[in-house]
Design a protein around this ligand. Structure first.
Ligand code: HEC
Length: 173
């Protein structure tokens, strides 16, 4: 009981300190900002629907997510993010009929400074919710570079995007 109370107090102290460290940490401000607004973003999110999109490229209601580009087999056989980025979004392999290794796409991996990109581990501008959306719709990474054409464009409705990200958040934890 007291232990729990201590943890809660500690969490509250950390929470009240957070904005201070964010504003004193120039250049990373946008990153921290997206993290603090994350709770609101995920309000009402369905992990099951996110799971369905991640694995099947389909909503729980069986509606296929509209895509463009990517390899031919995706249109023939269907599939979701897991088909190329792996069961846990860990990436690290080259999908069929592609020339590029997939990067890890858990939310944690995407939003950290350093994550694998293709074959090499390199410093990388961290993604935010907004730039992930842009990457999915326009195939552009946060450094404004074009993604390999193996990565399809995904046109997700607002709620489906939220649910997918909610699932991608859970696989990195
Ligand atoms: C047909 C294979 C394929 C599918 C399906 C696929 N991806 Fe990708 N994805 C790739 C490849 C290959 C790359 C690497 C592109 C590059 O390095 O230029 C990539 C890159 C990305 C990136 C950029 C990561 C970075 O480090 O910059 C994100 C984000 C991403 N994918 C998310 C998704 C999500 C979410 C889904 C499902 C909705 C998905 N992908 C489905 C092949 C795929």
């Amino acid at each position: 009981m007291t232990n729990l109370y201590l943890k809660l107090t500690l969490a509250m102290v950390i929470l009240t300190l957070l904005p201070v460290s964010a504003s004193s940490n120039e250049g990373r401000g946008h990153d921290d900002e997206s993290k603090t607004s994350m709770g609101d973003f995920f309000k009402g999110a369905s992990k099951q629907n996110g799971w369905s999109i991640f694995y099947e490229g389909m909503t729980l209601q069986g509606k296929r997510i509209e895509i463009a580009g990517g390899p031919h087999w995706l249109y023939m056989h269907g599939g979701g993010c897991a088909s190329c980025h792996g069961e846990k979004g860990q990436g690290g392999f080259t999908p069929m009929m592609c020339n590029k290794k997939t990067p890890p796409i858990s939310l944690k991996a995407l939003m950290s400074d350093e994550h694998e990109h293709g074959a090499d581990k390199e410093k990388h501008t961290p993604y935010t919710i907004e730039t992930i959306k842009r990457a999915l719709e326009f195939s552009i990474n946060p450094a404004a570079e074009r993604l390999d054409p193996c990565m399809p464009k995904w046109y997700l409705r607002e709620n489906d995007f939220r649910d997918l990200l909610f699932y991608m958040k859970s696989i990195g934890e």
